[in-house]
Design a protein around this ligand. Structure first.
Ligand SMILES: [Mg+2]
Length: 281
């Protein structure tokens, strides 16, 4: 008997004995398990620590190899002797916003920019396990840390305050928190910001939770994304470090072609249609 089945049998028995009258069903929300895993599981924490431990080993390798760059598309200059830098996404790569996602899951609330900005300004994001320690190590080795985030300029003061409180190293002189639309060509696709950094630094590592933190190919269809993955998969675990985020991201929007104007029900139908289920026999 699988673990879930023995538990189910025990719960069913206790439910019968307690005989609750007119129990209300819990609100249904597709994000429940993903938020539960991120916020409460040992497995998520262990996964994140594994990634940052690997990142530290790779950083040491990259520092000693002047031919190493993690941004071959953007790093087109003579970079070998440039000072070293890391490019890291913020949300769900370094900072854990699971309280916001839990607010969505528990209250059946949809993401919207207004509530998101209010959450950001509440300064209650948490540090992903291993993130602060890894970046402090990188800083101690003379590596410049750039935060390339799709948080907006309006959200930058709250973001900086939250990051400082959590102990993330933020350069006091150079602007290393590069938010979306801070410059006209800094769109949510991050290649232009990677290119901006790569002009003056040798990029040792990219860290992210979304394919878009590594390449602008994230916007394609599922087939295009998979073709891009096949071409780029050698980067993962070497100079691209991915943090697991099952809560949201381009993986979730690819099945409905990133069209968030679609109704929630139509988006769910598109996601279900893309799965490859066993036939049950
Ligand atoms: Mg992110």
């Amino acid at each position: 008997m699988r673990y879930q089945h023995s538990l189910l049998a025990a719960f069913a028995l206790s439910a019968c004995l307690a005989a609750p009258a007119l129990a209300q069903p819990a609100p249904q929300n597709d994000m429940l398990n993903a938020v539960l895993w991120t916020q409460k599981s040992v497995e998520f924490k262990g996964n994140a620590l594994t990634a940052f431990t690997l990142a530290k080993l790779r950083l040491d390798e990259a520092l000693h190899d002047t031919g190493w760059t993690a941004a071959p598309v953007e790093q087109t200059n003579a970079y070998h002797n440039l000072p070293p830098a890391i490019i890291a996404d913020v949300d769900e790569t370094l900072m854990d916003n699971s309280p916001y996602q839990a607010w969505q899951a528990v209250g059946n609330n949809e993401f919207d920019p207004k509530s998101w900005t209010a959450f950001v300004n509440s300064g209650t994001s948490l540090a992903i396990p291993g993130a602060v320690e890894f970046l402090k190590y990188a800083e101690s080795k003379g590596v410049k840390i750039f935060y390339v985030t799709n948080r907006t300029a309006e959200e930058e003061p709250g973001t900086r305050k939250n990051m400082a409180a959590l102990g993330f190293p933020v350069d006091p002189v150079i602007d290393t928190v590069l938010t979306s639309r801070e410059k006209p060509d800094w769109t949510s696709a991050k290649s232009t910001r990677r290119a901006y950094i790569a002009k003056d630094y040798r990029v040792l590592l990219l860290l992210g939770d979304n394919y878009g933190d590594f390449t602008d190919d994230y916007r394609g269809t599922e087939e295009q994304r998979m073709a891009s993955y096949e071409a780029n998969k050698w980067h993962f675990g070497k100079d691209w470090i991915m943090i697991a985020n099952p809560q949201y991201g381009s993986f979730e929007s690819a099945p409905f072609k990133h069209d968030f104007k679609m109704s929630e029900d139509d988006r769910r139908k598109a996601k279900r249609a893309t799965l490859k289920p066993w036939n049950g026999k």
